[in-house]
Design a protein around this ligand. Structure first.
Ligand SMILES: [Zn+2]
Length: 179
């Protein structure tokens, strides 16, 4: 079967942007002042994680929230587990923005918002890659997990917590920023 990947992506461009904008609109800067046991790095990162997992659930994937610090969206079957590591927390916005960092705008074919390149954009792109493989019914020989962290930018609590409670992937990659 010949697959035109560009065409498959183009067909989902609007949906991808809509889902990406949903998580870009969440101010997910770590906020220790508002942290609680339920929200270990503050309300924003938790909200962004939940929004991402909801997208996975909507699309019919198995999802799991691991202590509001990390979570995953899983697809496939098999002994081996491949991890795709992304994160939805962002660094503080700082100054110098022409537009609201949490109101994404498209200008000159680029998305401007905090986290558009690190790492909400690449995470959503990786998620859509998994979704396309599923939609096309392509055979997979392993389980694939999109693992979403909420504390990559400041302390890696998310991955420590995740790996303490969940299965360690056999291998994986991280679509982080311009990686
Ligand atoms: Zn990053």
């Amino acid at each position: 079967m010949e697959i035109n990947w560009t065409k498959e992506v183009e067909a989902r461009k609007e949906a991808l942007l809509e889902d990406l904008f949903t998580i870009l609109k969440v101010d997910s800067v770590r906020d220790d002042a508002k942290a609680t046991p339920e929200m270990p790095v503050g309300p924003g990162p938790k909200e962004a994680l939940e929004a991402f997992l909801e997208i996975g659930e909507r699309d019919g994937f198995i999802t799991k929230n691991v202590g509001n610090l990390a979570g995953h969206i899983e697809y496939g079957a098999g002994e081996e587990l491949m991890g795709v590591f992304g994160h939805v927390d962002v660094v503080p916005t700082g100054t110098g923005w022409d537009t609201d960092p949490f109101e994404p705008v498209i200008k000159d074919n680029r998305v401007y918002a905090r986290g558009s390149s690190d790492d909400k954009g690449p995470s959503m792109a990786a998620y859509y890659a998994i979704k396309i493989i599923r939609d096309l019914g392509l055979p997979v020989s392993k389980r694939v997990r999109m693992i979403i962290g909420t504390d990559e930018e400041s302390g890696w609590q998310c991955m420590d917590h995740y790996l303490l409670h969940e299965e360690l992937p056999d291998f994986g990659f991280s679509p982080d920023a311009d990686f």
